[in-house]
Design a protein around this ligand. Structure first.
Ligand SMILES: C[S@@+](CC[C@H](N)C(=O)[O-])C[C@H]1O[C@@H](n2cnc3c(N)ncnc32)[C@H](O)[C@@H]1O
Ligand SMILES: C/C=C/c1ccc(O)c(OC)c1
Length: 333
């Protein structure tokens, strides 16, 4: 037998093993990252006046001195993954949510769900759907809403790049607007606007309103308050095509009296395997499956979005990409 051929076969096997090891142990990266956040490492590294040494980090963290080399191991992994270049981890407090047992447990039920007839994986694991769970568990509800709000820093960047999209708008409803941080940021840039944050009653209970910021509790499948612009950020990817169609039809009704000014503004992911870098597509596909596991949602390609807009009776739309993972879509009646 040709010894080279044997070696070739061995290589294929070892390559396959390395690939499987890499992904089957992916959670080690998540958990190490979670540990760094739990210990408050990003803030210490960021606030230190010069590059920090492991010894200094150990003493800042008040860790037992014999943990020094283990911290070195943890940090080597995280630095290898670039988490500490350009203060990436600083000011981002939403990653913790992904490691919450409420979010992680359903993954163990994915196979069972495939074979069963529950509508979501989350329900297979927890017995009730995601939004119902949030409604019944104030602690998780608070944690989830805070994590969602921490993504709002992207809103100031959106506003900076998309002034003209909001300029003619006099009234806006932020549907599924959570605790309202996105809307507050929008109102800082456009103080003449009148905004309504519309979300489930348990999310908007006890929020303090101002002259031009109101909170309304309700169900977007029943009715959406009227305005010039209906805004959805990170909402439609939570829902199936049938559900998005219903929500879009409600949105069309809500802008019925706005005339030429009426439009729907959507910030969500657009899958684009051809244009996006491989890692970006990877992250979007992970979110796609995450939406399948937690709720009844999915991520969509431009063609899939377009089909829904058409079916809901809208006549044209445009897409502004370039917000990292998210794009902004304007949809017109
Ligand atoms: C993923 S969060 C997005 C929050 C916020 N828009 C943001 O970008 O951070 C989805 C929101 O939809 C809300 N939601 C779920 N079902 C709803 C319904 N039937 N009617 C109105 N809002 C709903 C949830 O309570 C949650 O605040
Ligand atoms: C861990 C991340 C969870 C998450 C992120 C974005 C969403 O829209 C969402 O809705 C259920 C959940």
């Amino acid at each position: 037998m040709d010894p080279n051929q044997n070696q070739g076969e061995a290589n294929v096997v070892f390559e396959a093993q390395a690939l499987v090891y890499r992904y089957v142990h992916n959670y080690a990266t998540s958990m190490s990252l979670g540990c760094a956040l739990e210990l408050g490492i990003p803030d210490i590294v960021h606030n230190y006046e010069k590059p920090i040494t492991i010894q200094e980090l150990v003493s800042k963290l008040n860790l037992p001195i014999d943990k020094t080399r283990h911290l070195q191991q943890l940090m080597r992994l995280l630095i290898h993954f670039n988490f500490f270049s350009v203060t990436k981890l600083h000011d981002q407090d939403d990653e913790g949510l992904a490691l919450d047992p409420v979010i992680m447990t359903p993954w163990r039920f994915l196979g069972k769900w495939f074979k069963g007839n529950k509508s979501t994986v989350f329900e297979t694991a927890h017995g009730i759907p995601f939004w119902e769970f949030a409604n019944r568990n104030p602690v998780f509800n608070g944690r989830f809403n805070d994590a969602m709000a921490s993504d709002s820093h992207m809103m100031s960047l959106v506003i900076k790049d998309c002034q003209e999209i909001f300029e003619g708008v006099e009234s806006l409803v932020d549907v599924g607007g959570g605790t309202g941080l996105n809307t507050k940021i929008l109102l800082e840039a456009f103080p003449h606007m009148t905004c309504t944050v519309f979300d489930l009653p348990h999310v908007v209970a006890d929020m303090s309103e101002t002259r031009n910021l109101k909170y309304v509790g309700g169900d977007m499948f029943s009715a959406i308050p009227s305005a010039d612009a209906i805004f959805f950020k990170n909402v439609l990817h939570n829902w199936s095509d049938d559900d998005v169609l219903k929500i879009l039809k409600r949105s069309r009704e809500a802008i019925r009296f706005a005339g030429d000014k009426g439009k729907v503004i959507i910030i969500d992911m657009v899958l684009d395997e051809k244009q996006d870098r491989r890692e970006i597509t990877e992250t979007k596909m992970v979110f796609d499956v995450l939406m399948m596991v937690l709720v009844t949602g999915k991520e969509r390609t431009k063609v899939e979005w377009e089909k829904l807009f058409g079916e809901a009776g809208f006549s044209r739309y445009n897409v502004t990409p370039n917000f990292g993972l998210r794009s902004l879509m304007e949809v017109f009646p």
